[in-house]
Design a protein around this ligand. Structure first.
Ligand SMILES: [Zn+2]
Length: 237
């Protein structure tokens, strides 16, 4: 029975190592996804800025068009003024001109505002394009590095799986089944050490009689609190 417990302990060590290796792999896959997301987000942001600039350019063009029309109207009204006979007509055209001038001032202001916004956004686009280019340049290499790490971890996993197989074929199937279901229920830990009357799996006090029977080492004993298979460890480590 002692031999079985030793094998179970080894199995637990291998499985915990496998858990940690798989975690590392998942982490690396997550990092690769993160790189891809970063790239997508960066491209999307840039596309958004470019759309905004073309909107503003369109608006600026429209404003300048309206401005040219208004200025032309003013010129026409001013030349028309020379031919005017009545005071009433003169006043009416004067009002038209001053309204058109007010409008041109507003149009000019709005066009200038667009120009300012376009300049600001263009500067932002230049910076972000440069960042994106840098990111795109690095992304291939960064992804390769992660994939190399994942492959290296896979080698360790494969080696552990071979060792695991050697152990599980030695132990009875019913024990492996119990071990596996305990591992599922107990956050990956099916085996717990017992020391100084305690189960180190759940830190609960073990009944003295049960604890004493561990010294005989001839039975598979479970912790009454967490159900883990107990292995006596009197010395640290
Ligand atoms: Zn316990």
């Amino acid at each position: 029975m002692k031999k079985r417990l030793e094998l179970l302990e080894q199995l637990q060590e291998i499985d915990l190592q496998l858990d940690s290796l798989k975690n590392s792999q998942n982490g690396l896959h997550g990092e690769i996804n993160g790189i891809d997301h970063e790239l997508d987000a960066s491209r999307e942001e840039l596309a958004g800025l470019e759309t905004r600039v073309s909107q503003l350019t369109q608006e600026k063009g429209d404003l300048e068009g309206s401005l040219a029309t208004e200025q032309e109207n003013i010129r026409r009204s001013e030349s028309h003024m020379k031919e005017i006979k009545t005071n009433k007509e003169f006043q009416a055209i004067g009002r038209e001109i001053s309204a058109a001038r007010k409008l041109t001032t507003e149009l000019e202001e709005q066009a200038l505002q667009r120009i300012g916004q376009i300049e600001e956004l263009s500067a932002e686009i230049a910076t972000k394009s440069a960042n994106l280019a840098e990111l795109e340049k690095n992304v291939v290499q960064r992804r390769e590095e992660k994939l190399t790490e994942i492959a290296a971890i896979q080698q360790d996993i494969d080696a552990d799986l071979v060792r695991r197989e050697e152990i599980t074929t030695t132990l009875p199937a019913s024990l492996i089944k119990r071990y596996n279901s305990l591992r599922e229920q107990r956050r990956g830990q099916a085996v717990a050490f017992a020391r100084d009357g305690y189960c180190l799996g759940c830190n609960m006090n073990l009944p003295p009689q049960l604890y004493n029977s561990l010294f005989k080492g001839d039975d598979m004993i479970s912790c009454p609190h967490c159900q883990r298979v107990l292995i006596l460890k009197q010395q640290q480590g």
